[in-house]
Design a protein around this ligand. Sequence first.
Ligand code: FMN
Length: 165
Amino acid sequence: MLKEIQNRRSIRNYKKENISKETILDILKSGIKAPSAKNNQPWRFVIVNEAIKNKISNKMVELYGPNKTAEVIKTVPYLILIYNKDDEYFNHLAIGACMENMILEAESIGLGTLWIGYIKKIEDYVKELVNVDYELVSALAIGIKNENPIERPRLNLEEVLIIED
Ligand SMILES: Cc1cc2nc3c(=O)[nH]c(=O)nc-3n(C[C@H](O)[C@H](O)[C@H](O)COP(=O)(O)O)c2cc1C
């Protein structure tokens, strides 16, 4: 198994230290190498600034109470919003592949990530802040890890391999 797959964890605690914009762009470049149906490349990205990051985090706390995801959004140096450009059936699958490419690329250079699906709950609010008309699918937090979580449990292969002929 690839060591990045084996070692990756969702990281919910980040150092204050920043990372270079170049590094973030390199991670996005890995994202756009993902496969997509008919090579339609449905992903679109927005790198949000500090002010917007804070507003998103505050809104989550306002609506849902203090929570770890909102804390990550506030403290992580980079939050990338991932959009879907149109409503082709396979787009969300391709965007999932794009997300995983970026997550594994970040892991390979020692950075931590958190896939944030929860942002979907405040999509309308994000639309007020970020002038993009596409569908918001998820967000990706990227930063320097400040924790080293143990592996979260997974079902055994025998539990998910339902037929083996
Ligand atoms: C589609 C998707 C959405 C997720 N959304 C959130 C989120 O909003 N907040 C959060 O803390 N973790 C989120 N996660 C991370 C999962 O909780 C995590 O992947 C899972 O618990 C397994 O832990 P691991 O990633 O460390 O192996 C999301 C993961 C996926 C794939």
